[in-house]
Ligand binder design. Sequence first.
Ligand SMILES: Cc1ncc(COP(=O)(O)O)c(C=O)c1O
Length: 388
Amino acid sequence: MTAFIPYGRQLIQDDDIEAVLETLRSDFITQGPRVTEFEEALSAYCGAKYAVVFNSGTSALHAAYFAAGLSAGDEFITSPVTFSATATAGVLTGANVVFAPVEPDTGNLDVTKLCGFITPKTKLIVPVHFAGHPVNSEALFDVVKGGPIVVVEDACHALGTLYKDRVVTNWQKVGALKHSHMCAFSFHPVKAITTGEGGAVTTNDLSYYKKLKLFGNHGITKHSYDFVNHEIAPWFYEMQTPGLNYRMTDIQAALGVSQLRKLDVFIERRRSIAKTYNSAFAGNRYFYLPPERDYAKSSYHLYHIRLKDEYVQRKLEIFNKLKERGLGVQCHYIPVYRHPYYKSLGFTSIKSAEDFYSREISIPMYPAMADSDVQFVIEKVLETFEGV
Ligand SMILES: Cc1ncc(COP(=O)(O)O)c(C=O)c1O
């Protein structure tokens, strides 16, 4: 059988399985003590005051947009180089998405071009930390500082990513909210840690925290001290805002707590694989390597290569050959405005996103890769390019 190495996958170990089994044997299989424990562990890990967990990264983003007050008639700016959920969770509030240009090498929002996209209707900016490399969040925050625009980070790729700014020279975690109001994560199996499906939002703001909590649970509170109506009966609860069932279960949260303990080890492994790729591919004629800015320590959710000019026209052929050789390569991303739904709304292409898309291929990167898998990938990548 030919070996096949996917571009990403989870790493579930015996302690994770034990944690889930223990919860299944307990009284709580929907929301219970593990959800609270996971929220506390996440906020402590990121260095944020609050974390609220959800049943996906998509619902986490939807909740953050709701908490920020995004609604019909508003505009929000994001990157077209992302998964469609970043845009669609906002479009579902009735707001209009505005796609802005990206940097040619990181694929992140080009903060220097943002000003040209801000209008009096701009309610939100949503930077996406593509592949685990942080956006220049400090420069982005300089653009909105003191104004009414809310910044919600789409950090679905970036749990455990580090950055530093001009003043504070120590490394800080994405999710610590130094330069944003809310930060959303995903725990899908290819992400830094997994809960099967799952997501979270961190914030330092009590009012956002309360809105996030309500939105994920039908807008319902059972706390009598929060009641608007002052009738109190033992069965009483109140629906105070719109909301849906976006709850994470204790089963998922138990897995999350167990996985989070190992996150730094997982990231260390990802960074060491990236280092091995970087030295094996250094100076090659075929493609560029993912950059890492001075202010960044990427968590390498993805390892993306970008084809040099001579190979751009042959991306499909190269992609297929990599697959034939057993590499589960992927392309991140089809720019969101290319999807039929967004086309039907009249979106047209953005040059920088088209350029990135024409070059990008993600090669395997996940902590469970053995050294022999890493060597296999290097060998097959070089063999493929030498043959085209
Ligand atoms: C950048 C980005 N945003 C949002 C999402 C949505 O997260 P989820 O799949 O957990 O709903 C993803 C998932 O792939 C993503 O990569």
